[in-house]
Design a binder for this molecule. Sequence first.
Ligand SMILES: O=c1ccn([C@@H]2O[C@H](COP(=O)(O)OP(=O)(O)O[C@H]3O[C@@H](CO)[C@H](O)[C@H]3O)[C@@H](O)[C@H]2O)c(=O)[nH]1
Ligand SMILES: [Mn+2]
Length: 361
Amino acid sequence: MAAAPSTPLLKDELDIVIPTIRNLDFLEMWRPFFQPYHLIIVQDGDPTKVIKVPEGFDYELYNRNDVNRILGPKASCISFKDSACRCFGYMVSKKKYIYTIDDDCFVAKDPSGKDINALEQHIKNLLSPSTPFFFNTLYDPYREGADFVRGYPFSLREGAPTAVSHGLWLNIPDYDAPTQLVKPLERNNRYVDAVLTIPKGTLFPMCGMNLAFDRELIGPAMYFGLMGDGQPIGRYDDMWAGWCTKVITDHLSLGIKTGLPYIWHSKASNPFVNLKKEYNGIFWQEELIPFFQSVTLSKEATTVQKCYLELAKQVKAKLGKVDGYFNKLADAMVTWIEAWDELNPPKGAITTTNSPAVKSK
Ligand SMILES: O=c1ccn([C@@H]2O[C@H](COP(=O)(O)OP(=O)(O)O[C@H]3O[C@@H](CO)[C@H](O)[C@H]3O)[C@@H](O)[C@H]2O)c(=O)[nH]1
Ligand SMILES: [Mn+2]
């Protein structure tokens, strides 16, 4: 097992958010890389179930009772019985950076056989600029041993601040149910040693399994849409967040990177269950994508919250006719921003603080 870096980068500026319904034994494998960091565990499902966390990790844990206690009626915007609940962890964090990972994701090995410190790579991705305005054909120009290629405008070489780092997965790929059903044995064994900026004006399917972001730059846009219990759709929470986030980062001239790091995704969720969850999404996304491609935000939308509220209005106006669910989702987007601002008042604002989470050492 590789030794973790001596002085962990951003040790006190980054929280690791884990949505879970099971004991977190998977942390044993991540211990060298994760132990120095604070964890925010969002326990989904039955709040009376006790989630076991290995000794030695510094964490806070929130179950549904905590979500309801802290948010009151606004808890309605946080999904129940779906990994989308993880976004509650983004809201209660006080740190500048977030890394979120699923509890069936383990340490992968690079082609040399070395354990991949996914967190370290995400931090590198976030701390170096993105190039959304002009594509660099030699991939990440800020990486050791690479640079901007001939013809790349010097006026654009400063790049843009990186808001999101989207990692990938070896072994079980993040396929939708139809693809999973057709290719049940397919595994992703291809390690591509590259980090790319997703060009401005291009959407992408954001997976929440191995994802990091700058909470201060883009946090309020990272609402994982209403899924799970009582909802007509599932497994589109991260997709929704990714589409909203991308139109906002484009508008605010921020960047999103995808590629390294890889994690090892250990198990495929049930494709038949997934098909039921995804069915409406597979159908609706043919209308959602043109909607997001045509979204324009006003020049008055100068903060993520303002962008997000403008977006929520357009969702209600233009997607409500696709299905009533989008009216509910648009309202939940507004509730999310209200809750976010309540828990994250501008610095210096005086507020009544909510009682703290169940803290465990
Ligand atoms: O009701 C639930 C089910 C699961 N979780 C936790 O969420 C993650 C992901 O669960 P799992 O690995 O079983 O599901 P996947 O299909 O592989 O998840 C990926 O698909 C997307 C679904 O939206 C998502 O972006 C990916 O995570 C685990 O940590 C479970 O413990 C839950 O909280 N509630
Ligand atoms: Mn999984």
